[in-house]
Ligand binder design. Structure first.
Ligand SMILES: NC(=O)c1ccc[n+]([C@@H]2O[C@H](COP(=O)([O-])OP(=O)(O)OC[C@H]3O[C@@H](n4cnc5c(N)ncnc54)[C@H](OP(=O)(O)O)[C@@H]3O)[C@@H](O)[C@H]2O)c1
Length: 375
């Protein structure tokens, strides 16, 4: 495993961190984590050098923290740093800061949290938390030992990102970043800005939630011609950058875990080949031509009050537009096969999902478009 310096801290972590938002589940139920499989994957990762684990209060319907805690029992806890996050949407008063952190430490059974993040900071949550005294509270929680380092994860534009970076002596931040998001959210500008200020920068959604993993159509052809693995190349593209401290991957099975650890073993600044860099540029240009909905299936928009399966509808829509031939009709059929309340057509345009979408997708206005295209 390759290890990288973590910003201004006197710490090094594995190039690859384990994101626990996309653990294996039973019967397709997001909250029903396949614990045995997930624990086997997590322990395999630790045994092979991964020493950073990222979870959060809402992942897998609240069960991700519990499963991470189980995986880290039996002597694994001391080998890794555990990161979890304060969910701003669960905060009504400042008293909730303590309540949530104490609940999380109890669920994780980890004694203390090494890396505590303010989750999903954006225009709405940042001023709310700041005005409730979150920065003073973080100082207190560090002093009493419940957390070691404070950071934030981010989904908004680069101006708000810079404002937050400058507001506190953060140890680290976490941004959505990959080769199709260079100018999205914090983007390359934010990556360099935070890194220059000494923050460690953790990358999330390195494969854009899996979208970059197995592209079909014209993009797939570019990868085939180049004879390169889209997953390995996307990860190496990130590790090639000195400003990236750690790449989190939400691995969903053992095969992905093994593959991404092998990729991390080969990683390093300056190790991306010229051919790989040139292929990424061709793929970027092609994705620019095929513009679809930037949904990463993070499921922050869920649950929908009327039961619409928002990420699934966007997945079928994007696939139907991007791919050709059988794949296109397959995704139309998948859309039609959903229960009526799951289909885009059942959207009542209440807009609750849009307040929670980190990508700022105009979900309510897109749902009729999706239905028209696929039904
Ligand atoms: N704080 C926040 O606001 C926030 C938001 C998003 C994510 N995160 C954190 O960041 C972590 C990483 O983000 P992410 O989960 O979106 O990462 P990602 O790497 O962009 O997407 C993960 C998905 O990529 C696919 N994948 C991964 N490795 C693969 C491989 N070797 N071969 C083929 N497919 C592969 C899998 O999709 P399939 O299962 O479909 O095959 C997997 O579920 C999350 O798990 C979470 O811990 C935080």
């Amino acid at each position: 495993m390759q290890y990288r310096k973590f910003g201004k801290l006197d710490k090094e972590f594995s190039a690859l961190g384990f994101g626990t938002m996309r653990l294996p589940v039973i019967d397709g139920q997001d909250a029903n984590v396949d614990e045995a499989a997930a624990i086997e994957m997590m322990r395999y990762a630790i045994d092979n050098g991964v020493n950073y684990f990222d979870t959060a209060h809402p992942y897998h319907g609240g069960n991700s923290e519990t499963v991470v805690g189980k995986a880290l029992s039996g002597g694994y806890r001391d080998k890794v740093a555990v990161a979890t996050k304060l969910p701003p949407w669960e905060v009504q008063t400042p008293a909730d800061f303590d309540r949530l952190l104490d609940e999380q430490i109890a669920k994780l059974g980890c004694g203390h949290v090494d890396m505590y993040l303010l989750h999903c900071l954006q225009w709405k949550w940042w001023p709310m938390l700041r005005d409730m005294g979150i920065l003073e509270w973080l100082e207190g929680a560090r002093k009493d030992g419940r957390i070691a380092e404070a950071g934030f994860s981010f989904h908004d534009n680069v101006d708000i990102f810079k404002e937050i970076v400058d507001a506190y002596d953060w140890a680290f931040c976490q941004i959505q970043y990959n080769y199709v998001n260079e100018d999205v959210q914090a983007g390359t500008e934010g990556l360099k800005y935070a890194s220059d200020k000494g923050l460690a920068v953790i990358v999330m959604e390195p494969l854009f939630g899996g979208t970059l993993a197995s592209p079909g159509g014209a993009v797939g052809e570019i990868w085939s011609e180049a004879n390169l693995d889209p997953v390995d190349t996307a990860l190496q593209w990130l590790w090639n950058k000195p400003e990236v401290s750690l790449v989190l991957s939400g691995m969903s099975d053992m095969q992905q875990t093994r593959a991404n650890i092998a990729s991390a073993d080969r990683s390093g600044v300056g190790s991306l080949s010229a051919q790989a860099a040139e292929t990424v540029e061709r793929v970027q240009a092609k994705y620019g031509e095929i513009s679809t909905v930037p949904c990463t299936k993070c499921r922050y928009c869920m649950p929908c009050p009327t039961g619409v399966e928002i990420p699934q509808n966007f997945e079928y829509y994007n696939a139907a537009l991007t791919f050709e031939g059988n794949a296109r009709s397959l995704h139309r059929n998948l859309y039609v096969a959903q229960r009526d309340e799951q289909k885009a057509a059942a959207c009542i345009q209440c807009g609750l999902c849009e307040e929670k979408c980190p990508q700022g997708i105009a979900i309510s206005s897109l749902m009729p478009v999706v239905d028209k295209e696929l039904s």
